[in-house]
Design a protein around this ligand. Structure first.
Ligand SMILES: [Zn+2]
Length: 276
């Protein structure tokens, strides 16, 4: 089975990234990532961008494509014109497959009227908009901006935009399910739910049974496995664990869609299987 990692990060050699990679039994390096991808049959990945917006030719490795991220920059009506111009330059780069928003980490509602220029470009260039939803990794973030409900208003207002709810709104699965059921232009990635290395998967499923059963229950309720994508949030979690976890969550007959086909279709990926 071919696999695409629909959500990862490429961090420089900084203390935070080294630490989380080590905790996941990995190394924070592209060479290591490539070899783990090869071992596990992951043919490519979609990087959620964290680099400066001005860097419009970021040159990721050939087995990677990226979503340009609006990360750690001031956002608001006074900045949007200049930033939209840069986003458009990214969209003209064949390696750029979408836009990534970081609400929660950044204090803004994704459905604000002033966001419209970004969404117009997303429609014009046929690029999905991936949105961080759910819990955040830092305490100074604000969850009201990353609750899955913010996607309801954005998806309703900007109907022609293909949104991706990153992390399935974790742990607000009930609320996330309502937003997904109501809005056909919302797809989901299942990244960011694990972190570190799971020493014993059986023990993990016993300990977290309520959480895992609820999540699986809402997946079954939605029954739209053509809108869910495998993703790891590398370097946050062990990749082998992540595949096992996703197989545990998704019925066998939908593995091909969730691990591969949906990402190719939703992100319009160029991967052929020879990249990694
Ligand atoms: Zn992420």
């Amino acid at each position: 089975m071919k696999i695409i990692d629909a959500h990862l990060h490429v961090f420089p050699h900084e203390e935070y990234a080294e630490r989380i990679a080590r905790a996941a039994n990995h190394e924070n390096s592209l060479t290591h990532l490539k070899s783990v991808y090869e071992d596990l049959g992951i043919i490519g990945g979609v990087v959620m961008g964290n680099r400066p917006l001005e860097d419009t030719r970021p040159e990721y490795a050939p087995f990677l494509v990226y979503c340009v991220g609006l990360d750690r920059i001031p956002l608001g009506p006074e900045y949007v014109k200049k930033q939209a111009k840069l986003v458009e330059e990214h969209f003209q780069n064949p390696q750029c497959v979408g836009l990534k928003l970081y609400p929660g980490y950044q204090r803004f509602y994704i459905y604000e009227d002033w966001m419209e220029p970004f969404y117009e470009l997303a429609v014009k260039y046929n690029k999905p908009v991936a949105v961080h939803t759910g819990l955040t990794a830092s305490e100074d973030a604000l969850l009201k901006y990353s609750h899955p409900f913010v996607l309801d208003e954005a998806a309703t207002k900007f109907r022609d935009v293909q949104f991706i709810m990153c992390h399935f709104g974790e742990p607000w699965y009930t609320d996330a399910a309502a937003v997904i059921e109501k809005n056909p232009n919302v797809a989901v990635d299942l990244s960011g739910i694990l972190e570190g290395k799971i020493p014993d998967f059986e023990a993990f499923t016993r300990k977290k049974h309520m959480y895992l059963e609820r999540m699986r229950g809402w997946l079954e309720y939605l029954d739209c496995y053509d809108r869910f994508m495998f993703g790891t949030d590398w370097p946050l979690a062990n990749l082998e664990d992540y595949i096992e976890f996703t197989k545990y969550m998704i019925p066998f007959e939908h593995w091909d869609d969730v691990f591969y086909r949906n990402a190719v279709r939703i992100y319009h990926l160029p991967f052929t299987g020879k990249e990694a």
